[in-house]
Write a protein that binds this ligand. Structure first.
Ligand code: AR6
Length: 175
């Protein structure tokens, strides 16, 4: 069985997939960026659910319900803060993608959407982050029953980076 991978431009809070990934902080607290958008769209139940989890280490992922989102689950992935590249950032970012795919499969999700973890407030350069994202998802989905994984990019540059990493033409559409 093969999993379809695609990059699109859009707002992840609107995605109709089984699980969406949040670019979270280690406290699993509301923040800015995609995290702020997810907390705002999900509603107050998400804050309570995250408080009950008590945080997570960098590179790890925790699941909650989707609350007001179309998605059934939110997977809170704690990305690394970019510190120049020699503090294990690549391995920690890869861990976010790998653990998200594994957790989605454990939950029974068949479709999964990622934002570009760590590439906003946490400062990870977009192009190398997209390479890590695509390579890690590609190698992890094998053996997991996921039908599709979507990289939801908030701007053109992020979209172009993911399409390049996927080996797709800039305007390509897969589904
Ligand atoms: N849908 C998809 N992508 C989005 C959306 C959205 N609605 N909004 C922003 N992005 P960031 P980080 C993109 O900063 O770098 C928070 O405060 C954004 O353009 O959201 O991992 C957390 O609580 C960028 O491409 O996450 C943490 O404290 C990408 O999402 C910290 O920021 C990631 O940018 C995490 O920083």
């Amino acid at each position: 069985m093969s999993t379809r991978l695609e990059a699109v431009e859009g707002d992840i809070t609107l995605e109709h997939v089984d699980a969406v990934v949040n670019a979270a902080n280690a406290h699993l607290a509301p923040g800015g960026g995609v995290c702020g958008a997810i907390f705002a769209a999900a509603g107050p139940g998400l804050r309570e659910a995250c408080e009950a989890l008590g945080g997570a280490p960098t590179g790890e992922v925790r699941a909650t319900a989707g609350f007001g989102l179309p998605a059934r689950w939110i997977l809170h992935a704690v990305g690394p803060v970019w510190q120049g590249g020699d503090r294990g950032e690549e391995a920690l970012l890869a861990s976010c993608y790998r653990r998200s795919v594994e957790l989605a499969a454990e939950l029974g999700a068949r479709s999964l959407a990622f934002p570009a973890i760590s590439t906003g407030i946490y400062g990870y350069p977009v192009e190398p982050a997209a390479e890590v994202a695509v390579a890690t998802v590609r190698s992890t989905v094998e053996g997991h029953p996921l039908d599709r994984v979507r990289f939801v990019c908030f701007d053109r540059r992020t979209l172009a980076a993911h399409r390049a990493a996927l080996g797709q033409a800039p305007g390509a559409r897969r589904w």
